[in-house]
Design a protein around this ligand. Structure first.
Ligand SMILES: Cc1cc2nc3c(=O)[nH]c(=O)nc-3n(C[C@H](O)[C@H](O)[C@H](O)COP(=O)(O)OP(=O)(O)OC[C@H]3O[C@@H](n4cnc5c(N)ncnc54)[C@H](O)[C@@H]3O)c2cc1C
Length: 316
């Protein structure tokens, strides 16, 4: 990775990470089995992290973004435990779907399925996937520089399946294990939730094409497909799951994908562009606007604080 990073930075123009890896001869001369392990490593270390395939990821930007101080933590009883603290004292209306934001006049009008809302200023935290999809109409249309940044930045594709089994049939001591698929792009990571929760649960995680394939299937078919990966690893006699949960981030109208990554030709400048106030009335926030910590909860949180400060400055 260090070599491809150095090679990428030295180039005059950006290119897909796959091309840079080929240019430096990464993986050349490996046996088919070792090549499969290397592909798994790329999948786990870069593609899962960026939520997209190497062939779309920028050689200049693939490992930028900062780490946050402190240890990694897993919220055993769910991430939503932190929300009541953050939401205390706020007037939050759930199930209000925004369809249009008109900022042409002195008063902004936000249309929802439960009637219009009016405001002097508006902080827009729609995900990048929703902004890309265009399901929320802006009047006037967003500035060209803003839409160019929205178009350029990539929004990842990911899929998770939670499988609860009657009992643990895998090594209960490991944090996770991986499925290095024979077909590139069909690999998966399995988090061993039994280690953290004591319940016989695996959390399967994959991205891009395999994510889209599983998402397009019925839950029964997707489960059969994932179980065939597990049976390849653990043998035909492992039990069927007793309960399964799946995600739909790629097709949900409220997400349109997972989180932001840098496509070839996009950069931090695009995220900075998204933080610029629009007409001193509209302010964008969300993980996609945070160049230091994109694709993270803390990035989204900090971007909201930053946008609120900017909004307050413009309110004076
Ligand atoms: C698979 C996966 C793994 C991740 N792992 C981690 C991790 O380990 N650590 C980490 O820090 N981060 C992780 N993240 C990223 C993190 O979840 C996101 O970066 C963060 O949630 C983004 O917050 P946000 O407020 O920008 O967007 P969101 O959380 O997507 O919030 C946007 C909100 O807008 C709402 N909305 C959309 N359209 C409309 C509409 N038309 N009208 C009204 N409301 C609308 C949505 O319902 C949603 O509530 C992960 C994300 C995924 C998908």
């Amino acid at each position: 990775m260090r070599r491809v990073r150095r090679y990428g930075y030295r180039r005059d123009s950006d290119q897909p990470l796959t091309d840079s890896l080929a240019d430096i001869g990464a993986g050349q001369g490996l046996s088919a089995a070792d090549r499969r392990i290397l592909d798994w490593h790329y999948f786990w270390d870069i593609e899962l992290d960026r939520s997209f395939a190497l062939s779309q990821i920028s050689s200049w930007q693939f490992d930028t973004g900062q780490s946050y101080r402190g240890p990694d933590l897993l919220f055993r009883d769910g991430y939503d435990q932190i929300l009541p603290g953050l939401a205390a004292g706020l007037d939050i209306r759930l199930d209000h779907v925004v369809s249009a934001i008109d900022y042409s006049g002195d008063t902004i009008v936000v249309q929802t399925n439960d009637g219009p809302f009016q405001a002097e200023r508006c902080l827009v935290t729609l995900p990048l996937g929703v902004l890309k999809g265009g399901s929320v109409a802006f009047t006037p249309a967003l500035p060209t520089k803003t839409t160019a940044a929205i178009d350029k930045l990539g929004f990842g594709a990911g899929y998770k399946m939670v499988l609860q089994f009657p009992q643990v049939f895998w090594d209960q001591a490991v944090h996770f294990f991986g499925y290095a698929a024979a077909i590139r792009g069909e690999s998966a990571e399995f988090l061993n939730m039994a280690r953290y929760t004591g319940h016989p649960v695996l959390l399967m995680n994959t991205m891009q094409d395999y994510a889209a394939t599983l998402e397009s299937m019925t839950k029964t078919d997707a489960t059969a497909r994932v179980m065939s990966d597990l049976r390849n690893m653990f043998g035909p006699s492992i039990p069927d799951p007793v309960a399964v949960l799946t995600t739909d981030w790629g097709v949900s109208p409220y997400t349109g994908g997972t989180y932001t990554y840098w496509t070839v030709g996009s950069s931090h400048r695009d995220q900075k562009q998204l933080t610029r106030p629009i007409d001193r009335k509209l302010f964008l926030a969300g993980e996609h606007t945070m160049d230091r910590f994109p694709g993270t909860v803390h990035g989204a949180y900090l971007s909201g604080l930053k946008a609120a400060r900017t909004l307050r400055r413009h309110a004076r």
